[in-house]
Design a protein around this ligand. Structure first.
Ligand code: PMP
Length: 308
């Protein structure tokens, strides 16, 4: 895959960036990471990175869970990511993946406080992650979302993505586009790599709470802001039962990769009309403008990088 990396203090071709087989990131999944999108705005000659600092702050707080103490300077991380975008010089939409990880220690053992911290980031061109032009077929998966006392879901932890991989693979192999993952208690948590919202029959936007074993998504936060400020909608964070999804007038998944994707059916039950609903559609439009720095009042969400 074509791409550029920041690795071991240098900017190099993505194919040359190689982590030790002995690293704890590789052996045990001890890493934290982010998925960030940069949108190419041709008219300005700029890549506009969406909520870069918010992502990096979340990465640093995920790192704290794993007792990583180095590379915590958000300003330096921001600068390095911007430099990487400039070095990459991709004049199209890009995906940026910074990773803070535990490298190879002396000797054997899983202790977090024995392996040195390391940081890398890479960049590659990226279009849609899920189909953008049609509602998704979604199924409630059999794999439960990780519990906070097993691997905290609010940290974006490398090893935790075994859970997402099992869930997403099951969904696709069963003929769905995506899945809904339930908590250990059996209530709705999120998609494999997306948060979830429903529009209830009174028109209210409802989403699981930050203590429902979800990754507290930046797109989720963006959606809540846009819904309240721009659409004057009531937004409620609360425990959501699975059967509420079947009765909702709209359901959508949202995340940096998926952006805002409508669910047309869930477990063979049509959601609303089965088409992209009006609230979802309005949010998709606002989101598309906000991520590109084209929505008045939200420009502070965009980090602008001019390409040479
Ligand atoms: N949940 C999980 C498990 C994820 O991996 C992601 C993608 N980062 C999300 C939710 C959405 O988070 P965000 O909007 O910050 O990309």
């Amino acid at each position: 895959m074509q791409g550029t990396a920041y690795f071991d203090g240098e900017f190099i071709d993505l194919r040359e960036a190689k982590v030790s087989v002995r690293s704890h990131a590789f052996n045990y999944g001890i890493s934290v990471f982010e998925g960030i999108r940069g949108y190419w705005v041709e008219a300005a000659g700029e890549v506009r990175i969406f909520r870069l600092e918010d992502h990096l702050r979340r990465m640093v707080s995920s790192a704290k869970l794993l007792q990583m103490n180095d590379f915590q300077d958000v300003e330096w991380l921001t600068q390095t990511c911007c430099d990487l975008i400039r070095r990459g010089d991709f004049r199209e939409n890009v995906y940026l993946r910074p990773i803070l990880y535990k490298d190879a220690p002396d000797g054997l053992g899983v202790r977090l406080d024995r392996a040195p911290d390391a940081f890398l980031a890479y960049l590659f061109p990226q279009g849609d992650y899920v189909p953008a032009d049609r509602p998704l077929r979604v199924g409630v998966g059999s794999w439960r979302r990780l519990d906070d006392n097993a691997i905290p879901a609010r940290g974006k932890i490398g090893g935790a993505y075994v859970n997402a991989a099992l869930a997403k693979t099951e969904a696709v192999q069963r003929g769905y586009d995506e899945c809904v993952m339930l908590t250990q208690a059996g209530t709705v948590a999120e998609g494999s790599t997306e948060n979830i919202f429903l529009v209830d029959q009174s028109g209210k936007l409802v989403t699981p709470t930050t203590t429902d074993d979800i990754l507290v998504g930046i797109t989720r936060d963006t959606v809540m802001h846009l819904a309240r400020q721009e659409l004057d909608l009531e937004v409620e964070e609360r425990v959501v039962d699975r059967s509420e999804l079947y009765r909702a007038s709209e359901v959508f998944l949202c995340g940096t990769g998926a952006e805002i994707a409508a669910a047309g059916e869930i477990d063979e039950r049509q959601v609303g009309t089965g088409k992209i609903g009006p609230v979802t559609q309005r949010l998709r439009e606002l989101y598309a403008e906000a991520v590109r720095g084209q929505l008045a009042g939200y420009e502070e969400w965009n980090t602008r990088v001019t390409l040479p």
